[in-house]
Design a protein around this ligand. Structure first.
Ligand SMILES: [Zn+2]
Ligand SMILES: [Zn+2]
Length: 390
């Protein structure tokens, strides 16, 4: 199939070799076709605290900057780490030291110490800022007091930075009535606090004060946010309670940053579960606009999924607009690996009523993996934006 507005060649990922796998797997990937691009999956914790951020919730010692990097690299075997200490509790000297250490611990093509800081204000919640280089200013709510002013500030000063909200559905929840599709590309779906996917989800955030403000709620508002995860961990060991996987061209800060901006991300509960997902060849994070006339060309959607678990995979679910529309539970091949394709027709898929002319809805579709050991992974969605006739 050739590329057109609604189909493209899939990317080739570094961890999946179709020719070596069970024949079933190959169906998800057109092996006689070349690929649009080559990407590699890199794992890291995007939300770590060091001893610069003393925290009331946890133990007495958070680890020094150097110890956090050492753990992430040597013990956890991750590719990047973002230490996002609290801006409001930091001196300019500590910030300079933090950036100096990040520069020092970045080793081209083997480890990236991602410059980041946590912006927080009680009435607006918490958002982390992720910079594209190391020579950047400290920005906290003492500098810019609201998220909208923060995005305006970044634009005004031409600072290449992205923001990501976290623990949106707990005490000090994040104000998610506002976002910025360009500068806020992702949502922290999982951290040491728990799962923020939807109210009642497995491993849900232990704070049950809120029934709204979860990931699915923000997507249903029409916000375009991919997924990330991080420990938000204050104890010294960073890479246990939440990992982000990023599909990037190479292991460098500009490549990781650009891939995060494009929402080419997966999130996990801490295990290095590898997950690939595309619709009509468009990878996670993509948006496809269509009109009523385009329906016969766009549909049925060809959804390709590949998973390499760290334990036996219990199920893989495809979620459309917050509803599970397909579940895969019995792989013929090895239990920790799934690869398949599934076709989604254009009508409603909740089974309640089928109206074949109902195409004019926008959709977000993503994949969730659950292992028998309880670990989970999520892909960022692909968005289908229905455009009304002028
Ligand atoms: Zn926070
Ligand atoms: Zn934090």
């Amino acid at each position: 199939m050739s590329d057109d507005r609604f189909h493209r060649k899939p990317w080739r990922v570094n961890w999946f070799e179709p020719e070596l796998e069970h024949r079933k797997y190959q169906k998800a990937f057109r092996e006689d076709e070349d690929y649009s691009e080559d990407v590699s999956l890199y794992f890291g914790d995007l939300h770590k605290h060091s001893e610069i951020s003393p925290c009331a919730h946890v133990g007495p010692y958070n680890g020094s900057l150097a110890e956090c990097y050492q753990y992430a690299r040597e013990e956890a075997g991750t590719d990047f780490l973002a230490i996002a200490d609290h801006a409001e509790r930091m001196t300019e000297e500590q910030w300079d030291e933090s950036m100096a250490q990040a520069r020092e611990h970045t080793d081209p093509s083997s480890f990236v110490a991602w410059p980041a800081v946590e912006w927080a204000r009680a009435i607006h919640g918490h958002r982390n800022i992720y910079y594209r280089d190391h020579d950047v200013p400290l920005i906290g709510s003492h500098v810019v007091p609201s998220p909208t002013e923060l995005w305006a500030y970044l634009r005004e000063h031409a600072i290449d930075a992205l923001t990501i909200p976290h623990h949106s559905a707990r005490e000090l929840s994040c104000n998610l009535t506002v976002t910025d599709d360009e500068l806020e590309p992702a949502f922290e779906i999982y951290s040491g606090w728990g799962n923020e996917e939807y109210y009642g989800a497995p491993r849900q955030d232990t704070d049950r004060s809120f029934t709204r403000g979860f990931y699915v709620d923000t997507l249903l508002q029409g916000f375009k946010m991919g997924v990330v995860a991080g420990g938000d961990g204050h104890p010294a060991k960073p890479a246990i309670t939440g990992l982000t996987g990023i599909y990037a061209e190479d292991l460098s800060l500009p490549s990781l940053w650009e891939a995060l901006r494009q929402r080419r991300t997966i999130a996990t509960t801490g295990a290095k579960i590898m997950l690939d997902f595309h619709i009509n060849g468009f990878p996670m994070g993509s948006s496809i606009s269509y009109t009523h006339e385009d329906v016969p060309e766009l549909f049925p959607l060809e959804i390709g999924v590949a998973v390499q678990g760290t334990a036996a995979v219990e199920r893989v679910e495809i979620i459309e607009n917050g509803q599970v529309v397909h579940t895969k539970t019995k792989p013929r091949a090895a239990g920790d690996m799934f690869a398949y394709r599934w076709f989604l027709q254009s009508g409603p898929t909740d089974g309640a009523k089928v109206i074949h002319t109902l195409h004019n809805i926008s959709r977000f579709i993503y994949v969730r993996v659950t292992q028998v050991d309880g670990n989970m992974a999520w892909s960022s969605p692909v968005w289908l934006d229905y455009v009304y006739p002028a």
